[in-house]
Design a protein around this ligand. Structure first.
Ligand code: ZN
Length: 82
């Protein structure tokens, strides 16, 4: 596979994904991804992207709970979101 930006070579490696939810920042560690060795562009497979969405959705509900305010939530991709 090639990078869609610069046609560089993509390498499979785990990266950290970050989502800014406003009141809370979510970081998902060890996400399987393809990183361009040339420009550093990170891309995910459809399956990984879908799962990331789900993880963020789940965290949103817990992190934005006004009773237990959380500013930064860090989870591991390999561990299923509760
Ligand atoms: Zn590239």
């Amino acid at each position: 596979m090639e990078c869609f930006l610069c046609k560089g070579k993509l390498e499979n490696k785990p990266t950290a994904f970050m989502a800014d939810l406003g009141a809370c920042i979510v970081i998902v560690k060890n996400v399987p991804s393809q990183v361009c060795s040339q420009c550093g562009e990170v891309s995910y497979s459809d399956e990984v992207a879908r799962r990331l969405e789900k993880i963020v959705e789940t965290l949103k509900m817990t992190a934005l709970n006004p009773l237990v305010p959380t500013e930064i939530a860090v989870v591991n991709y390999s561990v299923p979101a509760a």
